[in-house]
Design a protein around this ligand. Structure first.
Ligand SMILES: O=C(O)CCC(=O)C(=O)O
Length: 299
């Protein structure tokens, strides 16, 4: 019999869940081991080199990732789901899917899958107050709801840093608490620049995961150090959402998806969204999951 897709529920401790509700995000440590970060980083650098080496006018095959942004100091790579088996394993990692589903309050599908490799901006001026590319992915009234007193959002990201992020290493920045405030984004961003204590920045060792609701205003942090930052980002939405990463899966990749991961990759054209809700004090599901528990194509 085909095994079921085991993922933790609840995936957050009560304190992590409370932090998430207050701020719109939480950083979970030790989601990936050092070896897993190194392997993913290597695969990411290989993917970057492969894309860079394509001849002008090269038409990528369906399963190949592409650059969404290509600057010497910053590449934004999209559509990673089939570009390397390790990436597929990342986006199907049970702990990550479990965290996304807990915030959604229902079953998830992958809606986008990206990475950023970036270093200090060439126009960086030491001492000048940083400005950020602040944005959100869905508005509060449409994207969120409350159940059992807890906040939920139908579009969620899990962003894992594969490199250590100290205070000068460009961790993601967010406007704390904006995930539940239905005001114009530009007004909230202006307030955050007036009172920068509202801007929280991810400072975390490699292998940590920033989980956030896409109603939260967020953006790329400012790198002041000499270090390169590598992050990998799964975007998850309700099962009736489309994949909006841009590129379709190849028929060969789609045909290989084990039945237990089908909904995660394909969604479902149906209203039954598999609702599932925790109470704040429910203890975390303590099972330990690794990249090996995700799907490795061709394994
Ligand atoms: O680069 C980052 O840290 C943030 C990425 C981001 O803004 C996004 O995925 O929407």
């Amino acid at each position: 019999m085909e095994p079921s897709f085991e993922r933790p529920f609840p995936a957050l401790t009560p304190a992590q869940r409370y932090h998430f509700d207050v701020n719109g995000y939480v950083v979970a440590p030790d989601v990936l081991s050092g070896e897993e970060c190194d392997a993913l980083k290597e695969a990411m650098q290989r993917t970057k080199r492969d894309i860079r080496s394509r001849a002008p006018g090269y038409e990528p095959r369906l399963d190949e990732a592409t650059f969404r942004m290509d600057h010497p100091h910053h590449v934004f790579i999209s559509d990673l789901r089939a570009a390397d088996p390790l990436f597929t394993a990342y986006v199907t990692h049970p702990r990550l899917v479990g965290m996304a589903e807990e915030v959604m309050g229902g079953e998830a599908r992958i809606v986008e899958f990206n990475a950023h490799i970036n270093s200090r901006h060439p126009n960086y001026v030491p001492g000048e107050p940083a400005k950020f590319d602040f944005h959100n992915g869905i508005d509060v009234p449409y994207g969120s709801h409350v159940k059992h007193g807890l906040f939920h959002c139908c579009f969620v990201k899990t962003l894992s840093n594969l490199t250590d992020l100290g205070p000068d290493d460009g961790g993601t920045v967010v406007v704390a608490g904006s995930h539940k405030i239905d005001l114009p984004v530009e007004d909230m961003v202006a307030r955050a620049y007036e009172d920068r204590s509202l801007i929280h920045q991810v400072i975390a060792p490699a292998g940590s995961t920033l989980l956030f609701a896409e109603t939260l205003i967020h953006g790329t942090g400012q790198i002041r150090s000499d270090k390169e930052r590598v992050i990998i980002i799964g975007g998850y939405g309700g099962t009736m959402f489309p994949y909006w990463g841009g590129r379709e899966m190849s028929p060969e990749f789609a045909a290989d998806i084990p039945p237990r991961f089908k909904t995660l990759f394909d969604g479902k054209a149906h209203w039954t969204r598999g609702p599932r809700y925790r109470n704040l004090t429910d203890p975390v599901d303590p099972r330990h999951f690794t990249l090996a528990d995700g799907w490795h194509p061709n394994a």
